[in-house]
Design a protein around this ligand. Sequence first.
Ligand code: PEP
Length: 235
Amino acid sequence: MKIIAGNWKMNGNPSELAEMLQGLGALDTENRVILCVPYTMLRAGNNIVMLGSQNVSKYDSGAHTGDISAKMVSKSGATVTLVGHSECRTELHDTNADVAERAARALENDLLPIICVGETAPERDAGLTEKIVETGVRESVPKNAANGGFIIAYEPRWAIGAGITPTYDQIQQVHNLIRKTLDEMGFADTPILYGASVTEQNAAEIMSIKNVDGVLVGGASLKKETFVPIINSVK
Ligand code: PEP
Protein backbone atom coordinates (compact mmCIF):
# COMPACT_ATOMS: atom_id res chain seq x y z
CA MET A 1 0.00 0.00 0.00
CA LYS A 2 1.38 3.38 -1.02
CA ILE A 3 0.09 6.90 -0.43
CA ILE A 4 -0.61 8.93 -3.57
CA ALA A 5 -1.37 12.56 -2.74
CA GLY A 6 -2.30 15.19 -5.30
CA ASN A 7 -1.87 18.94 -4.90
CA TRP A 8 -4.10 20.99 -7.18
CA LYS A 9 -2.52 24.29 -6.10
CA MET A 10 -4.63 27.24 -7.41
CA ASN A 11 -6.29 25.19 -10.16
CA GLY A 12 -9.58 23.45 -10.85
CA ASN A 13 -13.22 24.07 -10.06
CA PRO A 14 -16.00 22.17 -8.27
CA SER A 15 -17.26 20.38 -11.38
CA GLU A 16 -13.74 19.21 -12.29
CA LEU A 17 -13.35 17.94 -8.73
CA ALA A 18 -16.71 16.14 -8.88
CA GLU A 19 -15.62 14.46 -12.11
CA MET A 20 -12.26 13.49 -10.62
CA LEU A 21 -13.89 12.07 -7.47
CA GLN A 22 -16.31 10.05 -9.56
CA GLY A 23 -13.46 8.61 -11.65
CA LEU A 24 -11.24 7.83 -8.67
CA GLY A 25 -14.16 6.40 -6.67
CA ALA A 26 -14.49 3.66 -9.28
CA LEU A 27 -10.84 2.55 -8.96
CA ASP A 28 -9.93 -0.85 -7.61
CA THR A 29 -6.86 0.11 -5.55
CA GLU A 30 -5.43 -0.61 -2.13
CA ASN A 31 -3.42 2.61 -2.23
CA ARG A 32 -4.46 5.55 -0.10
CA VAL A 33 -5.36 8.47 -2.37
CA ILE A 34 -5.41 12.08 -1.14
CA LEU A 35 -6.32 15.24 -3.07
CA CYS A 36 -5.41 18.66 -1.64
CA VAL A 37 -7.63 21.22 -3.34
CA PRO A 38 -8.35 24.96 -3.01
CA TYR A 39 -10.39 25.92 0.07
CA THR A 40 -13.50 26.74 -1.96
CA MET A 41 -13.80 23.12 -3.09
CA LEU A 42 -13.35 21.43 0.28
CA ARG A 43 -15.86 18.73 1.18
CA ALA A 44 -15.84 15.12 2.32
CA GLY A 45 -14.02 12.62 0.12
CA ASN A 46 -15.32 9.23 -0.97
CA ASN A 47 -14.49 5.53 -0.52
CA ILE A 48 -11.12 5.97 -2.28
CA VAL A 49 -10.11 9.62 -1.88
CA MET A 50 -9.36 11.67 1.25
CA LEU A 51 -9.76 15.38 0.53
CA GLY A 52 -7.54 18.01 2.08
CA SER A 53 -6.56 21.67 2.06
CA GLN A 54 -3.19 23.07 1.00
CA ASN A 55 -2.55 25.02 4.21
CA VAL A 56 -4.22 26.02 7.50
CA SER A 57 -3.82 29.06 9.74
CA LYS A 58 -1.48 29.16 12.73
CA TYR A 59 -4.39 30.73 14.63
CA ASP A 60 -7.58 29.23 16.01
CA SER A 61 -9.94 32.05 15.00
CA GLY A 62 -10.34 35.82 15.13
CA ALA A 63 -9.00 38.90 13.35
CA HIS A 64 -6.96 37.24 10.60
CA THR A 65 -8.60 38.44 7.39
CA GLY A 66 -8.11 36.07 4.49
CA ASP A 67 -6.91 33.20 6.67
CA ILE A 68 -8.64 29.81 7.02
CA SER A 69 -8.52 27.84 10.27
CA ALA A 70 -7.94 24.12 10.68
CA LYS A 71 -11.35 23.93 12.37
CA MET A 72 -13.01 25.40 9.26
CA VAL A 73 -11.25 22.86 7.05
CA SER A 74 -12.25 20.05 9.38
CA LYS A 75 -15.89 21.21 9.49
CA SER A 76 -15.97 21.14 5.66
CA GLY A 77 -15.62 17.36 5.82
CA ALA A 78 -11.99 17.34 4.63
CA THR A 79 -9.54 15.24 6.67
CA VAL A 80 -6.04 16.20 5.51
CA THR A 81 -3.94 19.33 5.00
CA LEU A 82 -0.59 20.16 3.50
CA VAL A 83 1.61 22.45 5.59
CA GLY A 84 5.00 23.92 4.74
CA HIS A 85 4.64 23.48 0.98
CA SER A 86 7.52 25.15 -0.85
CA GLU A 87 5.22 27.76 -2.39
CA CYS A 88 3.88 28.70 1.07
CA ARG A 89 7.40 28.82 2.50
CA THR A 90 8.31 31.22 -0.34
CA GLU A 91 5.17 33.33 -0.72
CA LEU A 92 4.04 33.45 2.93
CA HIS A 93 7.63 33.42 4.28
CA ASP A 94 6.81 30.41 6.47
CA THR A 95 9.66 29.27 8.73
CA ASN A 96 9.88 25.78 10.22
CA ALA A 97 8.40 27.22 13.44
CA ASP A 98 5.40 28.61 11.49
CA VAL A 99 4.93 25.24 9.82
CA ALA A 100 4.99 23.47 13.20
CA GLU A 101 2.28 25.82 14.48
CA ARG A 102 0.10 25.18 11.43
CA ALA A 103 0.59 21.42 11.84
CA ALA A 104 -0.27 21.70 15.54
CA ARG A 105 -3.60 23.40 14.72
CA ALA A 106 -4.28 20.69 12.11
CA LEU A 107 -3.75 17.91 14.67
CA GLU A 108 -5.90 19.69 17.28
CA ASN A 109 -8.72 19.63 14.72
CA ASP A 110 -8.34 16.00 13.63
CA LEU A 111 -6.68 16.79 10.31
CA LEU A 112 -3.82 14.63 9.07
CA PRO A 113 -0.95 17.03 8.30
CA ILE A 114 1.39 16.36 5.38
CA ILE A 115 4.46 18.33 6.48
CA CYS A 116 6.62 19.34 3.50
CA VAL A 117 10.37 19.84 3.75
CA GLY A 118 13.05 20.33 1.13
CA GLU A 119 16.02 22.37 -0.02
CA THR A 120 16.15 25.26 -2.50
CA ALA A 121 18.59 25.25 -5.44
CA PRO A 122 21.13 27.55 -3.69
CA GLU A 123 20.94 25.35 -0.58
CA ARG A 124 21.54 22.24 -2.71
CA ASP A 125 24.43 23.90 -4.53
CA ALA A 126 25.99 24.89 -1.20
CA GLY A 127 25.91 21.24 -0.06
CA LEU A 128 23.23 21.97 2.56
CA THR A 129 20.53 19.49 1.46
CA GLU A 130 20.93 17.10 4.39
CA LYS A 131 21.18 19.88 6.98
CA ILE A 132 18.09 21.70 5.64
CA VAL A 133 16.04 18.52 5.43
CA GLU A 134 16.98 17.19 8.86
CA THR A 135 16.41 20.59 10.50
CA GLY A 136 13.16 20.92 8.55
CA VAL A 137 11.88 17.65 9.98
CA ARG A 138 13.07 18.32 13.54
CA GLU A 139 11.64 21.86 13.64
CA SER A 140 8.45 21.50 11.55
CA VAL A 141 6.94 18.52 13.41
CA PRO A 142 4.84 19.96 16.24
CA LYS A 143 5.01 18.95 19.90
CA ASN A 144 1.51 17.44 19.82
CA ALA A 145 2.42 15.00 17.01
CA ALA A 146 2.09 11.27 17.61
CA ASN A 147 3.92 8.40 15.94
CA GLY A 148 2.12 7.67 12.66
CA GLY A 149 -0.24 10.63 13.11
CA PHE A 150 1.29 12.75 10.37
CA ILE A 151 3.10 12.40 7.04
CA ILE A 152 6.40 13.91 5.89
CA ALA A 153 6.80 14.89 2.23
CA TYR A 154 10.32 15.45 0.91
CA GLU A 155 10.09 17.92 -1.94
CA PRO A 156 13.36 19.22 -3.42
CA ARG A 157 12.12 22.76 -4.01
CA TRP A 158 14.19 23.28 -7.15
CA ALA A 159 12.52 20.29 -8.82
CA ILE A 160 8.87 21.22 -8.18
CA GLY A 161 7.09 21.89 -11.46
CA ALA A 162 10.44 21.83 -13.24
CA GLY A 163 10.15 18.49 -15.02
CA ILE A 164 13.36 17.27 -13.38
CA THR A 165 13.99 15.04 -10.38
CA PRO A 166 17.06 14.22 -8.30
CA THR A 167 18.72 10.90 -9.15
CA TYR A 168 17.13 7.88 -7.51
CA ASP A 169 20.28 7.51 -5.37
CA GLN A 170 19.84 11.09 -4.12
CA ILE A 171 16.16 10.45 -3.31
CA GLN A 172 17.15 7.30 -1.42
CA GLN A 173 19.86 9.12 0.53
CA VAL A 174 17.49 11.89 1.67
CA HIS A 175 14.66 9.47 2.52
CA ASN A 176 17.08 7.34 4.58
CA LEU A 177 18.10 10.46 6.47
CA ILE A 178 14.45 11.39 7.11
CA ARG A 179 13.68 7.85 8.29
CA LYS A 180 16.66 7.93 10.68
CA THR A 181 15.63 11.35 11.98
CA LEU A 182 12.01 10.27 12.52
CA ASP A 183 13.21 7.10 14.30
CA GLU A 184 15.33 9.21 16.64
CA MET A 185 12.32 11.46 17.32
CA GLY A 186 10.13 8.45 18.19
CA PHE A 187 8.10 8.59 14.97
CA ALA A 188 9.16 5.33 13.33
CA ASP A 189 5.73 4.68 11.79
CA THR A 190 5.46 8.00 9.97
CA PRO A 191 5.13 7.64 6.18
CA ILE A 192 7.54 9.60 3.96
CA LEU A 193 6.40 10.81 0.52
CA TYR A 194 8.57 12.03 -2.34
CA GLY A 195 7.29 15.01 -4.33
CA ALA A 196 8.47 17.09 -7.32
CA SER A 197 7.91 16.32 -10.97
CA VAL A 198 6.37 12.88 -10.41
CA THR A 199 4.77 11.49 -13.56
CA GLU A 200 3.34 8.20 -14.74
CA GLN A 201 6.78 7.53 -16.28
CA ASN A 202 8.80 7.77 -13.05
CA ALA A 203 6.22 7.05 -10.30
CA ALA A 204 6.66 3.27 -10.00
CA GLU A 205 10.45 3.48 -9.92
CA ILE A 206 10.42 6.28 -7.35
CA MET A 207 7.99 4.34 -5.15
CA SER A 208 10.21 1.24 -5.37
CA ILE A 209 12.98 3.14 -3.53
CA LYS A 210 13.44 2.09 0.12
CA ASN A 211 11.74 4.46 2.58
CA VAL A 212 9.57 6.06 -0.13
CA ASP A 213 6.04 5.35 1.11
CA GLY A 214 4.27 7.27 -1.63
CA VAL A 215 4.33 10.42 -3.73
CA LEU A 216 3.03 13.98 -3.65
CA VAL A 217 2.00 14.99 -7.16
CA GLY A 218 1.33 18.51 -8.43
CA GLY A 219 0.78 19.01 -12.16
CA ALA A 220 0.07 15.37 -12.95
CA SER A 221 -2.74 15.21 -10.36
CA LEU A 222 -4.92 17.69 -12.24
CA LYS A 223 -6.28 15.29 -14.84
CA LYS A 224 -7.57 11.73 -14.47
CA GLU A 225 -5.55 10.76 -17.54
CA THR A 226 -2.28 11.55 -15.77
CA PHE A 227 -3.23 10.90 -12.11
CA VAL A 228 -4.89 7.48 -12.41
CA PRO A 229 -1.83 5.82 -14.06
CA ILE A 230 0.30 7.03 -11.11
CA ILE A 231 -2.18 5.52 -8.62
CA ASN A 232 -2.26 2.28 -10.63
CA SER A 233 1.52 2.13 -11.11
CA VAL A 234 1.93 0.43 -7.71
CA LYS A 235 -0.03 -2.10 -5.68
C1 PEP B 1 3.90 20.03 -5.63
O1 PEP B 1 3.47 21.14 -5.89
O2 PEP B 1 3.81 19.58 -4.49
C2 PEP B 1 4.50 19.23 -6.70
C3 PEP B 1 5.08 18.12 -6.39
O3 PEP B 1 4.39 19.74 -7.99
P1 PEP B 1 4.85 19.01 -9.36
O4 PEP B 1 4.48 17.56 -9.25
O5 PEP B 1 4.10 19.71 -10.42
O6 PEP B 1 6.34 19.16 -9.44
